[in-house]
Ligand binder design. Structure first.
Ligand code: ZN
Length: 427
């Protein structure tokens, strides 16, 4: 289906600045064909975007959608207890289908709040990509990998083989597979080194959790004599095809190393604050020129996958922390949720922007909502006023997956019913 979007205000990005411009947009074969007017525009279905801001779909650069059924399950407990005593025991006994419905529910929340692409780390063979394919969201998905040795440790081999199964079965224009060692406390330096070679051989992106807590950093220094960042540099894991989540507890030369290797950092303000891990040095990282992206992390630690709330927190936290109203300004915050994510994914100019030749991944925001009105500055409004419910329609790859707040590809009630059953059986 080809679409002509009329009467909308387009959120464009030129020379590092977002601006709102009234214009017509043509979508053909999943791609933005033209901004402006086409002389012959027969054969396009017309979509009236009157009083709507047409913005690039947001990119959630770090999440675990399979955990959505754990929303509000383990709150107000310390990190060790949260991860090892509450979350992991449930995960270990979770049936495969729970991960499927849970992922679907997570994607529904993402879409309903304007996210069209996400980077995910999961644990259950096939469920995350299968659900993504079904609902029609763009996914960069990786099986979480832990262990000591890719070839000698049976568990590590099995998990890597699962990732390769997903690669074969799901890699497409909509789904890519990311090599995803979990963290320095659960995957050995050797495993990181081996996975780097395997990823490079196949041209795959890599992701990991890095320097999230004080405990992780201190134990790593005790065990290896280096920070987690130094450790991953030394095994060759860092680089411009690598995405690292958190980076809250950076020490010494860590920032310099991240910059020099071209590693992309994902900040997760809600998760880091809620688990009491602190605040990533976002302004300092930005100052060194590190590419900073934004992610929600999973619902067990956030407890929402709403990128609008994450954008609001990012700016508020860093303004407060630095006692400066100019810290993390709205233009930068929007970049972390769009173009910076695209750059980290090697999709610059294809995702996170409204531009001719880019993927038609769009969110339509109602400018008449009370939280947005009057429209004095829509870029400010997205960052400081919106809560995500203003997103009325979402297009991914040229197809509407949500229209007037209704999902077009899945049955919301069916997902709710399955989720109620799964919670009853597993929690
Ligand atoms: Zn995470």
């Amino acid at each position: 289906m080809n679409t002509k979007i009329i009467n909308g205000t387009l959120l464009l990005y030129e020379n590092g600045v977002f601006k709102a411009v009234k214009d017509t947009l043509y979508v053909k074969d999943g791609v933005i064909e033209k901004i402006g007017t086409l002389p012959d525009d027969g054969g396009y279905e017309v979509f009236d975007a009157k009083d709507k801001l047409v913005m690039p779909g947001l990119i959630n650069m770090h999440t675990h959608a399979y955990m959505t059924f754990l929303r509000n399950y383990a709150d107000d407990v310390d990190f060790e207890e949260w991860l090892f005593k509450r979350v992991m025991p449930v995960e270990d006994n979770m049936p495969l289908e729970a991960a499927y419905w849970s992922s679907l529910l997570g994607y529904m929340e993402m879409i309903s709040t304007g996210t069209t692409s996400f980077v995910d780390m999961h644990m259950y063979l096939r469920q995350a990509p299968k659900a993504a394919k079904e609902i029609g969201i763009r996914g960069f998905i990786g099986r979480g990998l832990v262990g000591t040795d890719l070839y000698e440790d049976e568990g590590a081999t099995r998990r890597f083989n699962e990732a390769m199964t997903e690669l074969e079965e799901f890699r497409s224009d909509m789904i890519d597979i990311v090599i995803s060692p979990h963290a320095v406390y659960s995957a050995s330096p050797k495993l990181y080194e081996q996975l780097t070679k395997e990823a490079d051989k196949r041209g795959l992106l890599k992701q990991t959790h890095l320097s999230e807590t004080v405990g992780e950093v201190e134990n790593c220094i005790k065990e290896h004599g280096k920070t987690p960042v130094e450790l991953l540099r030394d095994v060759g894991f860092l680089g411009d095809r690598t995405i690292v989540a958190h980076c809250v507890q950076l020490r010494g030369d860590d920032m310099k190393i991240l910059k020099e290797t071209g590693t992309h950092v994902v900040t997760n303000p809600a998760s880091n604050a809620k688990l009491g891990n602190g605040f990533a040095p976002v302004t300092a990282m930005k100052g060194t020129g590190i590419n900073i992206c934004l992610g929600t992390d999973g619902t067990a630690s956030n407890n929402t996958l709403n990128m609008f709330r994450e954008m609001g927190l990012l700016t508020m936290i860093h303004k407060g922390l630095e006692k400066s109203p100019t810290a993390a300004p709205s233009n930068f915050v929007l970049e972390t949720a769009t173009v910076n994510g695209a750059r980290a994914l090697g999709m610059e100019g294809k995702l996170g922007v409204i531009a001719e030749g880019a993927k038609a991944d769009l969110a339509f925001v109602d400018l008449n909502e009370l939280s947005m009105f009057p429209n004095n500055n829509v870029i400010s409004a997205l960052c400081y006023s919106a809560n995500g419910s203003e997103v009325k329609d979402v297009m991914i790859d040229g197809k509407f997956v949500m229209k007037d707040r209704e999902f077009t590809t899945i049955d919301r009630e069916k997902v709710y019913a399955e989720m109620r059953r799964i919670v009853k059986e597993n929690l």
